[in-house]
Design a protein around this ligand. Structure first.
Ligand code: OAD
Ligand code: ZN
Length: 235
């Protein structure tokens, strides 16, 4: 299986990756949907990652993001991030809000679900700024308009940024190989990119610890940890 996948990747001229929380799992960041250990196994996503939850208890939400931000500050890129970043001709479309691909040296990262190391105004003034994940902000007002500041991530019930979503779709349509890494492929519209790749003629390689929603779309499925499989695939 790995040989077949390596042949496909070696022949690729427009390689795109599509990653999820499993890519950063070996860096110590929790995934969302794994039983027991997943963030959504322990916490209600509608309280912590929705506009409604933020309106109900903003302090609770900001404190939870502060905890996650400290985790991101402490995490370091793993072997999968490093192997991906070593190829400079690849567009990395990711659902991850961490910056581990960038810290591994990747230059072209499309963050479908935003960035946890940025804050933006929850009002409509458009203010947006970097934060220090090692010393994350508490609940505070927008310096420009006084509305609440919030993490620069996409919450349940919110649309993806139009420009980001267009860029991701264009990269996928133009790709000849898409490698889906560490995603359960259940969150739409992001997960639809795998089917889009398939329907527009790309080879699809899926890397995951287990079979997922993406399995049926895979030309080659590689089961195992991203930190081992991705370096072997790209070496
Ligand atoms: P999930 O938690 O849904 O899925 C993580 C996937 O990674 C699972 O399929 C695991 O089997 C796999 N996995 C775990 N460890 C791995 C490893 N070491 N190597 C390879 N695979 C591994 O996370 P996502 O698919 O990223 O949304 O979830 C999608 C979105 O749902 C997230 O972006 C987030 C969440 O709600 C927002 O924040 C908007
Ligand atoms: Zn504002």
């Amino acid at each position: 299986m790995i040989d077949e996948a390596r042949r496909i990747v070696a022949e690729a001229t427009r390689l795109v990756t599509f990653s999820g929380a499993g890519l950063s799992a070996e860096s110590g960041l929790s995934t969302f949907r794994q039983k027991q250990t997943g963030l959504w196994a322990k916490h209600d996503p509608m309280k912590l990652a929705s506009v409604h939850g933020f309106a109900e208890d903003p302090e609770f939400v900001i404190d939870w993001y502060a905890m996650r931000r400290r985790g991101v500050a402490e995490a370091v890129p793993n072997a999968a991030h490093v192997a991906l970043a070593a190829r400079d001709d690849v567009v990395h479309v990711t659902q991850n809000v961490d910056d581990l691909l960038e810290r591994a040296g990747a230059s072209d990262v499309v963050h479908l679900h935003g960035s946890i190391i940025r804050d933006r105004c929850h009002g409509s003034c458009g203010h947006d700024e970097a934060i220090d994940p090692a010393d994350p902000p508490t609940l505070r007002e927008c310096p420009k308009c006084g509305a609440a500041m919030r993490p620069g991530v996409v919450w349940f019930g919110e649309a993806l940024d139009d420009t980001v979503w267009m860029r991701a779709q264009e990269a996928v349509v133009a790709s000849d190989v898409l490698i889906a890494i560490g995603t359960s492929a259940v969150v739409q519209p992001a997960a639809g990119l795998i089917a889009l790749a398939k329907s527009t003629g790309s080879h699809v390689i899926v890397v995951n610890m287990e079979r997922t929603n993406a399995s049926g779309l895979a030309d080659v499925e590689l089961i195992g940890p991203a930190g081992e499989i991705v370096p072997a695939l790209l070496a």
